[in-house]
Design a protein around this ligand. Structure first.
Ligand code: TMP
Length: 207
């Protein structure tokens, strides 16, 4: 049994992540790929509870280290219970955000040193890394305009443009550092153009 492939999708706010996640899933399934869709933080019962702690407003003033460790606590559970078993069964895993988001949000956004994140990454993931990461990129202001004013923004959506600019710069920088793994998609294009680019990436994956 061949091991499945691990694909992650990242995107800024208003980049169309959910729509394009569904599109990639359908595109792979239409080509006969057995695929598990999941998300972070979340993807397990414990992980979804941690997601509520992280995104909700129950606790004000969460420290940056707590936020980082909760992300990795959810991730540890997710890897053990969902991601690794699926890959071992030969299924592909398409995950809505993964550790690049930690480097971008907790690293770039909150200012935690990448070296500290790397320690937790190695501890929690061992050798597990995404085979391919698609990053839907859109300038912060365009993305936020598209997303509109959410009536009930979560703890991250409440952040200012300055935070999201640092998040975006970190994603772009990581893309430059790892061009073999990253596929940058300009999500400010019309949806049909974005999806044409996603089709190319899917075909490349199946090659
Ligand atoms: P979303 O997946 O619906 O966009 O929401 C998840 C939020 O959590 C998003 O604002 C990014 C944030 N996040 C982090 O800050 N660090 C992480 O490691 C992950 C996976 C997500």
């Amino acid at each position: 049994m061949n091991r499945g492939r691990f694909i992650t999708l990242e995107g800024s706010e208003g980049a169309g992540k959910s729509t394009n996640m569904d599109y990639i899933q359908q595109s792979l399934q239409a080509r006969g790929v057995d695929i598990v869709m999941t998300r972070e933080p979340g993807g397990t019962s414990i992980g979804e509870d941690i997601r509520e702690l992280l995104l909700g407003h129950k606790h004000t003033g969460m420290s940056d280290d707590t936020e980082l460790l909760l992300m990795f606590a959810a991730r540890a559970e997710h890897i053990h219970k969902v991601i690794e078993p699926a890959l071992q069964r030969g299924q592909w895993v398409l995950c809505d955000r993964f550790t690049d988001a930690t480097y971008a949000y907790q690293g770039g956004g909150r200012g935690i040193a990448a070296e500290r994140i790397a320690i937790l990454e190695n501890w929690t993931q061992g050798l597990l890394r995404p085979d391919l990461t698609i990053y839907l990129d859109v300038p912060v202001e365009t993305g936020r305009q598209r997303a509109g004013d959410r009536s009930d923004p979560d703890r991250f959506e409440k952040e200012q443009n300055d935070f999201f600019n640092k998040v975006r710069q970190t994603y772009l920088h990581r893309g430059e550092q790892e061009p073999d793994r990253f596929r940058l998609v300009d999500a400010s294009m019309a949806l049909e153009q974005v999806q044409a680019r996603l089709d190319e990436i899917v075909l490349e994956l199946l090659d």
